[in-house]
Design a protein around this ligand. Structure first.
Ligand SMILES: Cc1ncc(C[n+]2csc(CCOP(=O)(O)OP(=O)(O)O)c2C)c(N)n1
Length: 513
């Protein structure tokens, strides 16, 4: 058996059976092995950042990694932005990067680059296989690294001769470490602090945003009077009716400061200290008040659900605290697009148990609160700020959950980074309703320009304008095999969205706003 075949068999034995790929010459033996070995579903992405974004969306929903296959340093480099987003989401991911044969490297052929160096910038674990005999064991180690809590990026570089040489052995699957528990002393001290009833805020991310994590946090909020928030962007959150309505920390620094004002204790549960996305002249980087004390309840890799439940029990919170009515009833609104009326309309229409992948930038600012009253759903967001995440994330999520409707909320400028994902949706017949907010402008950047203290001018108008020429999303989608329609009003959107949700397969709605 050659190295490539042992790698495919090792990945399958380790539970990895989806391969998002964009291969080249150095990966041909891996591709040939995929032909010989049953069981690995191969999905082509027509750009590496689609490949890596799909793997992110897939793993967030599947709870296990997909494998990506990319071509040499430059191919992997094309995919780095969405590996970065995945790393920020603590997504498990295994990247196989084919590279030149070991003996070919000294000749400095055109694709030669520092592949390991590129991989290291976004990976927790990097290894280059040195012989076919090692490939199986390296593959098993890569999956183990990816599955190490809270989820890691593992990149295995596969020189072509290690793939084609014979004499390789399938690697035995390696156990994934369990999530470590938080030490009881730490939890006891946190409970003690909560008993003072000084103003407290829990910031929840990762596992704490699961249904169980939210329920436990809600018990603590109820008994201790603590407030609950998520970071500005969440990797995955259980939302909708029956789930604790935890709002996010706003993106705009002044609004975020207002939300955190008066907080004496910040409790981090799988989250980082609340930090502004960017520095702005005269504004703080850290969003919590300077005199607030920050406590780490659970690091991202620790068992946050158990920690929250322990604190809730310790404080004597009832086991089942009813979720209060969020006070917002979803309703269909008519008229032109505005973020808030759109959010109410969407909330009224979201299908039961759907998955929302959101990269909606300014059009998504008001989505969180109104959708607390929507049917139960999971929400995935771009966690690393590298735009162009929505289409591929939705694509990967649809591969992971073929029985669930996926809704992709995508800003137009961001969408153009990874528009090719629509082609993958069509080819794989994935059940995704894509909504594109076509404002034909990089709207957020106008606000950012003013926020950093600069003034608009000819160059900024030129660089933020997308209207010359105008994109036609109906044609773009159509050319990639995705049916599409254009709407200009909320009532038009409601009709198109309901119809799209009532059928299967990919669809795109261009919302001209
Ligand atoms: C990979 C990457 N490149 C560039 C940026 C900078 N950037 C942030 S938002 C944005 C434009 C967003 O425009 P659009 O997606 O149309 O959303 P809108 O602001 O109009 O709501 C850009 C270019 C980024 N965040 N990530």
């Amino acid at each position: 058996m050659n190295g490539a075949e042992t790698l495919v068999r090792t990945l399958l034995a380790s539970g990895v059976d989806i391969c998002f790929a964009n291969p080249g010459t150095s990966e041909m033996h891996f591709v040939a092995a995929l032909d010989r070995v049953e069981g690995m579903r191969c999905i082509l992405g027509m750009a590496e950042t689609v490949v890596t974004g799909c793997a992110d969306g897939y793993a967030r929903m599947a709870g296990k990694p997909a494998v990506t296959l990319t071509h040499c340093g430059p191919g992997f480099a094309n995919g780095i932005a969405n590996v970065h987003n995945a790393r920020r989401a603590h997504t498990p991911m295994v990247n196989i990067v084919g590279d030149h044969a070991t003996y070919h490297r000294p000749f400095d052929a055109p694709l030669t680059t520092d592949t390991e160096g590129l991989a290291r910038t976004v990976s927790h674990w990097v290894r280059t296989s040195t012989s076919s005999a090692r490939v199986g064991a390296d593959g098993a180690a890569a999956v183990q690294a990816a599955m190490t809590p809270p989820g890691q990026i593992a990149t295995l570089i596969l020189p072509a001769d290690t793939a084609w040489n014979e004499g390789a052995e399938v690697g035995a699957p390696l156990p994934a470490p369990a999530r470590p528990a938080v030490a009881p002393d730490i939890l006891r001290a946190i409970a003690q602090t909560l008993r003072t009833r000084e103003p407290a805020m829990f910031i929840l991310s990762g596992q704490a945003l699961s249904e169980a994590g939210l329920a436990a946090a809600h018990r603590i909020a109820h008994i201790a009077g603590a407030k609950l928030r998520t970071p500005t962007q969440v990797p995955r959150m259980a939302r909708g009716r029956g789930r604790a309505p935890v709002d996010r920390i706003p993106y705009v620094v002044d609004n975020a400061l207002k939300v955190l004002a008066g907080t004496r204790h910040v409790f981090l549960v799988g989250a980082k200290p609340p930090t502004a996305f960017f520095a702005y002249p005269g504004k703080p980087s850290l969003l919590s008040p300077p005199d607030a004390v920050t406590h780490v309840v659970a690091r991202p890799e620790q068992d946050a659900v158990a920690a929250l439940e322990w604190i809730a029990d310790e404080l004597g919170a009832p086991k089942n605290v009813p979720i209060p009515d969020a006070g917002i009833k979803p309703r269909l609104v008519r008229g032109k697009f505005e973020p808030e009326p759109f959010a109410h309309t969407l909330a009224a229409l979201l299908p039961e148990n759907c998955i929302v992948a959101e990269d909606a930038v300014t059009s998504g600012r008001a989505l969180f609160a109104p959708t607390f009253g929507a049917a139960p759903h999971d929400w995935l967001q771009i966690t690393g700020g590298a735009i162009g995440h929505g289409f591929p994330c939705a694509t990967g999520a649809a591969v992971a959950c073929p029985q669930r409707k996926v809704i992709c909320l995508q800003a137009d400028g961001a969408g153009m980074y990874t528009v090719q994902a629509l082609w993958t949706q069509a080819r794989e017949k994935l059940d995704v309703v894509n909504v594109v907010f076509a404002n034909r402008i990089y709207k957020i950047l106008h606000g950012e320009l003013l926020s950093v203290g600069a003034q608009p001018g000819r160059a900024s108008n030129e660089l933020f304008d997308l209207a010359r020429p105008e994109l036609d999303w109906v044609k773009l989608a159509g050319s990639m095999g995705v049916e599409a329609t254009r709407v200009e009003t909320l009532e038009g959107f409601a009709d198109a969205f309901s119809a799209a949700c009532g059928r299967r397969g990919p669809f795109l709605i261009e919302f001209r706003i």
